[in-house]
Design a protein around this ligand. Structure first.
Ligand SMILES: Nc1nc2c(ncn2[C@@H]2O[C@H](COP(=O)(O)OP(=O)(O)O)[C@@H](O)[C@H]2O)c(=O)[nH]1
Ligand SMILES: Nc1ncnc2c1ncn2[C@@H]1O[C@H](COP(=O)(O)OP(=O)(O)O)[C@@H](O)[C@H]1O
Length: 197
């Protein structure tokens, strides 16, 4: 079955991926489906199990990985994250554009699969602004914030490599970043909309 092309959103923690993708899914209801990852980190206030993530123990996650249930998994800031095959299949079965939010390790590993997504990197305007946004979000401890900033430095370097991403969007002004994101995806969005009519 060849449904619409999936979309991988990557970029440093705090760059604005969730903000952009939530907006996109709201504006285009019934077009996108989110690939719900598994993670061993604790849920944040307002996050729902099964919607934002499948929140699991390390034992359960490792067991699933050992059984071959994941297309990719990575360690990020002291926790495990991974995309299960079923999280993608659930979305594709509905003929929706599957959106994945993964770190740079996930991007590299997904490139080894036959998923063939559109790769988009969301980048902050500067490290200073990234740190400010992460602090203002008030979800992190000092320790997890520092780990995210360290990972961000690596991400910002790697995402400059030519050919890794189809599009790099600097999320300075949110409206502008959102319009750019839409413009990259409009062709796939219209295909899904046309198929419904
Ligand atoms: N490789 C991989 N990375 C993931 C997955 N799910 C989330 N991530 C990444 O893990 C990092 C941390 O995510 P999270 O704890 O939700 O923090 P946030 O990005 O700051 O909101 C982000 O870079 C996500 O893109 C996954 O299934 N696989
Ligand atoms: N363009 C922007 N300008 C100012 N603040 C933003 C912008 N985009 C996102 N934010 C804020 O920055 C924080 C991090 O964004 P978030 O979407 O959680 O990032 P990510 O999912 O990449 O970790 C959030 O508090 C969000 O409201």
């Amino acid at each position: 079955m060849s449904g619409p092309r999936p979309v991988v959103l990557s970029g440093p923690s705090g760059a604005g991926k969730s903000t952009l993708l939530k907006r996109l899914m709201k504006e285009y209801e019934g077009v996108f489906g989110f690939s719900v990852s598994h993670t061993t980190r604790n849920p944040r206030l307002g996050e729902e199990n099964g919607k934002d993530y499948h929140f699991v123990t390390r034992e359960k996650m490792q067991d699933g990985i050992d059984k071959g249930e994941f297309i990719e998994n990575a360690e990020f800031s002291g926790n495990m994250y991974g995309t299960s095959k079923s999280s993608i299949e659930d979305v594709q079965a509905q003929n929706l554009i599957c959106i994945l939010d993964v770190d740079i390790q996930g991007v590299k590993n997904i490139k080894k699969t036959d998923l063939n997504p559109i790769y988009i990197s969301i980048q902050p305007p500067s490290m200073e602004l990234l740190e400010k946004r992460l602090r203002d979000r008030q979800t992190e401890t000092e320790d997890s914030l520092q780990k995210r900033l360290e990972a961000a430095r690596i991400d910002m370097e790697l995402s400059k490599e030519p050919g890794v991403f189809d599009m790099v969007i600097i999320n300075d002004d949110l409206e502008e970043a959102y319009e750019k994101l839409k413009s990259v995806l409009i062709e796939e969005i219209e295909k899904v909309q046309d198929a419904k009519n």
